[in-house]
Design a protein around this ligand. Structure first.
Ligand SMILES: Nc1ncnc2c1ncn2[C@@H]1O[C@H](COP(=O)(O)OP(=O)(O)OP(=O)(O)O)[C@@H](O)[C@H]1O
Ligand SMILES: CC(C)(CO)[C@@H](O)C(=O)NCCC(=O)O
Ligand SMILES: [K+]
Length: 250
């Protein structure tokens, strides 16, 4: 089995792949301890290798890799920044500064776009947009807060916006809110939709010959109607990880 990890700022997403690259198990954990525990269950198949992407600090990532190697006796391959991969060029002035999760969704998007320009939006805790032309030149991108961060900022910096976000998860209607929870949740959703619409408009301006729009991340479903023809691709980070980090026994 190959263990795949997407180490985000708040959570670690993991998957187990069979030799035939079939996903046999997945999970989401909030700490290294919880990850080790989840993978130490009696029914967990034997691990052969790990590949991972991390946007955490080098120290934190190194620590996790060492722990996995020590616990399961497996090599850990980490996706590292490169300036060019298979004709796709990182557009950052310093390519090492581009978040690795962004780079991986860019690689996955270019592959799916099959020669067309593309914009890929990853809607999670933070939201990122990246634009790539038909020649595979990454034009750069944008970062803004996602719904969880917008909600938290409002709660942190006001005195009278107080509610348990737990109760907000079902609140996705678009009529003007008549309670605080409705007003905030619907307002944040409009922010997200507005961002996505603006990215689409920008991509149309930049890529007159047409472009593909890809949506991924936990909140992709919420904005899919904003862009006609947008393709929701779950697990784009993992798709890119497989491209950037092929393993011998695959
Ligand atoms: N089952 C789920 N678990 C967690 N979040 C979910 C789920 N379904 C939808 N979401 C939404 O997805 C968003 C988080 O998306 P995602 O998991 O892509 O985050 P991320 O940015 O990768 O996280 P990290 O901060 O760990 O990098 C949240 O806004 C949450 O509302
Ligand atoms: C923007 C996030 C937090 C999204 O996960 C991540 O890609 C990151 O930490 N990026 C580094 C900064 C940058 O991409 O410019
Ligand atoms: K992410």
């Amino acid at each position: 089995m190959i263990l795949e990890l997407d180490c985000g700022n708040s959570l670690i997403k993991w998957r187990l792949l069979s030799a035939g690259a079939e996903v046999v198990d997945t999970g989401i954990v909030d700490s290294d301890d919880a990850l080790i525990a989840a993978l130490s269950q009696p029914d967990t198949p034997t691990l052969a290798a790990c590949r991972l992407v991390s946007v955490r600090s080098d120290e934190e990532t190194q620590q996790l890799k060492e722990r996995l190697t020590a616990t399961f006796a497996i090599p850990c391959h980490q996706a590292v920044p490169v300036e060019v991969w298979n004709g796709v060029r990182n557009g950052y002035r310093d390519h090492q500064r581009l978040g690795m999760d962004r780079w991986l969704v860019i690689l996955a998007a270019v592959q799916l776009a099959e020669g067309k320009a593309c914009v890929v939006l990853d809607l999670g805790t933070a939201v990122t947009a990246d634009l790539v032309d038909a020649q595979g030149e990454h034009q750069g991108g944008f970062i803004c807060p996602g719904i969880p961060l917008m909600r938290r900022e409002l709660q942190t910096h006001t005195r009278r916006i107080r509610y348990d976000p737990h109760w907000a998860s079902g609140e996705r209607y678009e009529a003007p809110g008549r309670t605080t929870i409705e007003a905030v949740e619907r307002g944040c959703l409009y922010m997200l939709k507005g961002f996505v619409r603006t990215q689409y408009e920008l991509a149309q301006e930049m890529f007159a010959e047409g472009c593909e729009v890809f949506l991924t991340g936990g909140d992709a479903e919420l904005v899919k109607h904003v862009v006609p023809g947008a393709r929701i691709v779950p697990d784009m980070v993992f798709a890119g990880l497989a491209l950037a980090c092929p393993l011998e026994n695959e």
